[in-house]
Design a protein around this ligand. Sequence first.
Ligand code: P6P
Length: 338
Amino acid sequence: MLVKRKGITVSRQIMDDQRLHPEATGELTSLLNDLVVAGKIISAEVNMAGLADILGQSGRTNIQGENVQKLDVFANQTIKRRMEQCGHVCVMASEEEDDIIPVLDGYEGNYTIAFDPLDGSTNIDVNVSIGTIFSIHRRISPSGQGNAQDLLQKGTQQVAAGYIIYGSSTVMVYTTGSGVHGFTLDPSVGEFFLSHPDIKIPETSLYYSVNEAYADHWFDSTRNFINYLKRADGGNGPYSLRYIGSLVADFHRNLIKGGIFLYTRDKKSGEKSEGKLRLLYEAAPLALIVEQAGGRAITDDGRRILDIEPKNLHQRVPLIIGSRRDVDLAEKFLRGEM
Ligand code: P6P
């Protein structure tokens, strides 16, 4: 996609989005612009990681019990530092931190942000695309420092959601509820230019994304659906398996080209487990984006992701997300109708 150098910048688009909401105060616009700056800083670091001594383990483990890579720490710190003093956020949640994260006293604002600072971080050292995912809600508590309840809101209540994918180029995709727009960073001028206006996920699909290594542990409904896809026509010929193992990269490809991504429960972790992915800062923001782009996002028992009431910050949720027709089909298998 040719990036129009003289095109619309992301800041201009955010401003245009604000104009669609007469009641808007400009707070969300300013918050999103601060997030854009954080994305540019992280992008510069990610693209330098091979050169600077920032690769490899930081020696710490996060709440997920995963080895924390230095870029994870850098990305988490970068977003926290910008958000805690932007004056528009009252409380934060990060994939990297156990508890809620306060903002600087005196800088409390009217929004909350939950984010995965660098999803797919195990791919950092092998130059595979990774990404930042964010979800923004309006606060519920009246004033001052926010609390967990300000964060634990249904996905339908999000006022904005998006991701920044650090790959062959750095692309920011976001929605404020009026469609989905994609911007590509031109590092020579340090600006994100509109490169994917009004994204709609294709109805017909090319790809299914699932980790086949778990096939022996899938519940029958999942296995039957995947086996069906292997013989089916996605509307553009047979499906191909594309699984990068980096949620943002798998999601972004399917959003642009058409496809379905699945990370479901399995017998190994049993019915009680809720899969691997997190509701607050992975499934819910991507679900808002995909629905705004004409797709669907459900759990493997047919619940709409955006309707789920979060119970805790790091709650896991099974995720089936992508082209509407594919998710409709998956739903039929989940219900035993196919
Ligand atoms: P698996 C990366 O660690 C991640 O959280 C997502 O980005 C990705 O979709 C998933 O895990 C991959 O998990 O079990 O297939 O390696």
